[in-house]
Design a binder for this molecule. Structure first.
Ligand SMILES: O=c1[nH]c(=O)c2[nH]c(=O)[nH]c2[nH]1
Length: 320
């Protein structure tokens, strides 16, 4: 029997990092869940039990912690830093795939407090949605010609509107039982990713590569391609929420497209936007048994949330 190793990638996942950035008594915090996987000349570790080519996943975890000392609040920057480090430090590793999931921590505001920016060291979790960054750092064209592809976005942003949504004029045939409605609940858990133009990254020159800090901020130079814009995550989240709220939704599909159009329009560095939107159905309860009309869409007040099945609407909108 002939076999061949056709793909191989390994690394550490679920590396949990919490970092305090101390500016005297003023603290900034970030919490990341990190995955860092690598590809390269590692085939013999699978095919010949040759561990000499394996940078242990434990070491990859340790590197993640070390680079955490350089964390800024910009998850993209951290992901690129880690990916660049891995392919620069190890000659035989040619690609790094880094995913950073950032959890929400928002500063608490205390009534009468001195600082309008909030409490110096106290925070709360103000939502279960996460910022998610995927960075691929590719050294296959040479260690001095690193190319990075970055997609960022939001996961698990749960939204609901109680009207301003309908679904009519859909295709009908012998399988159609769905009734047209001009008023319904629209709820979804937004998964959004947006892609930046590929970046060229200056190879680290620092001998001690741990001290190498990514030259990724505006004006620092060292990379070509799109201009890095730290405001994109906030704008993309706001565009998603606001479009969802104000759109007189003809369908999940139509609202999704408007959200994507707005993100592309507002963010020059974004080349494409993808959404994955489950249509979380809420079914009006038939309350005829107590003489209440709860089935007329615009009058319905009592619903059963249906966990499964749900619709699932996906699309990518690209700049042309
Ligand atoms: O917005 C919607 N899009 C659909 O494709 C669909 N299909 C369905 O049954 N309900 C809905 N709603």
């Amino acid at each position: 029997m002939a076999t061949e190793l056709t793909a191989a990638r390994y690394g550490k996942t679920k590396v949990r990092v919490f970092r305090i950035v101390r500016e005297g008594s003023w603290h900034n915090i970030v919490e990341y869940n990190v995955e860092a996987l690598v590809e390269g000349d590692i085939a013999t570790s699978y095919t010949e039990a040759d561990n000499s080519v394996v940078v242990a996943t434990d070491s990859i975890k340790n590197i993640t912690y070390c680079l955490s000392l350089h964390i800024s609040s910009i998850a993209e920057r951290f992901a690129l830093h880690l990916g660049t480090f891995l392919v620069s430090k190890y000659a035989h590793l040619s690609k790094a795939f880094v995913t950073v999931e950032q959890l929400r921590w928002t500063r608490i505001h205390v009534a009468g407090e001195a600082s309008p920016e909030g409490h110096p060291h106290s925070f709360y979790r103000d939502g279960d949605d996460k910022r998610v960054v995927n960075a691929v750092v590719d050294a296959t064209g040479g260690k001095d010609k690193l190319v990075a592809t970055v997609t960022s976005g939001v996961a698990d942003l749960l939204v609901l509107k109680s009207t301003g949504s309908g679904f009519t004029n859909f295709y009908r045939d012998e399988y159609t039982t769905l009734v047209e409605v001009d008023d319904r609940i629209f709820s979804t858990s937004v998964d959004l990713t947006y892609t930046f133009a590929p970046l060229r990254i200056a190879a680290p020159t620092d001998e001690k590569k741990l001290e190498f800090v990514m030259p990724l901020q505006k004006g620092e130079g060292g990379y070509a391609g799109s201009v890095w814009d730290e405001e994109v995550p906030g704008r993309a989240r706001a565009a998603t929420l606001e479009t969802f709220a104000v759109d007189e939704s003809a369908s999940v599909q139509a609202t999704l497209y408007k959200m994507g159009q707005r993100i592309i329009a507002e963010n020059a560095s974004v080349t494409s936007v993808s959404y994955s939107l489950p249509n979380k159905h809420y079914v009006p309860v038939d309350m005829k048994y107590i003489g209440v009309d709860n089935l007329t869409p615009s009058k319905a007040e009592v619903f059963t949330p249906i966990a499964a099945p749900s619709g699932l609407i996906k699309a990518t909108i690209s700049r042309t």
